[in-house]
Design a protein around this ligand. Sequence first.
Ligand SMILES: O=P(O)(O)OC[C@H]1O[C@](O)(COP(=O)(O)O)[C@@H](O)[C@@H]1O
Ligand SMILES: [Mg+2]
Ligand SMILES: [Mg+2]
Length: 336
Amino acid sequence: MHIGTTLTNFIIETQRQFEGATGEFTGLLNDIAVACKKISDLVNKGDLVGVLGTAGSENIQGEQQKKLDIISNEIFIEALAHNGHVAALASEEMDEVHHLSDHAPRGKYLVLFDPLDGSSNIDVNVSVGTIFSILKAPPGVKNPVREDFLKPGTEQVAAGYCLYGPSTMMVLTTGRGTNMFTLDRDFGEFLLTHSNVQIPEDTQEFAINTSNMRFWEPPVKRYIDECLAGRDGPRGKDFNMRWIASMVAEVHRILTRGGIFMYPMDTKIQAKGQGGKLRLMYEANPMGFIIEQAGGAATTGRARIMSLNPEDIHQRVPVVLGSRNEVERITRYHHG
Ligand SMILES: O=P(O)(O)OC[C@H]1O[C@](O)(COP(=O)(O)O)[C@@H](O)[C@@H]1O
Ligand SMILES: [Mg+2]
Ligand SMILES: [Mg+2]
């Protein structure tokens, strides 16, 4: 597909390759694009439209919700729940599965989403984003339930994120490579700017929240120590570090120039009885699909993320993703 193609035409072309395609998938991705454009506009205007700051409520994760967490969630529901492309929705900001109103037409898909990723950055004007994962809905079921969403990442039909940074970009995979589109605000369209993105297999750049170092497991400690030892150490090369605290921005950097991103299991997380910091269904699985389709890898440190059998829509998992050879090295360290 040629650079400059609109997202809509790109999806229509992609759909042509699927036998029996009805156009419903194109419709769904257009709904998602509309929602992301609206969120991008609000993020961009920030205080001018009074959307910054906390909402004074907590989500099921026990996190203080930002106003934009809730507003973005509502924009997504409004854009997706009425056009007959989905059967149900699930989100970081909603405890339970969101069922459509009785008279709303039902569609073939389920969507899980993180309406605003990187929430701790929203008030300090640092890049944030939206992450989404698309699954097939059980045929003929009017109101799919939680169990209908609990499919391994390998069953995703598509996944993507929209990054609200200096420019707004939509990154998408339908299982045929990973492509990037940039929003032309004048034109109001996402245009293809990077097709079939490939992540370098090796890297000298890692991203991890080092303030958690004292809680890390030995394999992670060893890996980071070796990176920090630089060219005089066992790796024989110097490493750089980055931490933006927005998973979307970290993943985007890695898709653009390689690298490794880690939010591993640690004793602090274990002490809280949690399985990790990041959520499997609307953070780790969609990002795993995007990264793998760009030639990278995504594991928990021990197992491929997309092969996990989910137990809950808000389940948390350890995440290690990025340049294939580095992810494989850390996974080897975990297997001793
Ligand atoms: O606050 P920390 O420990 O740096 O964690 C940052 C991580 O938490 C997140 O903000 C969690 O996502 P949400 O903002 O959607 O809750 C990730 O985007 C980011 O990678
Ligand atoms: Mg998030
Ligand atoms: Mg979020």
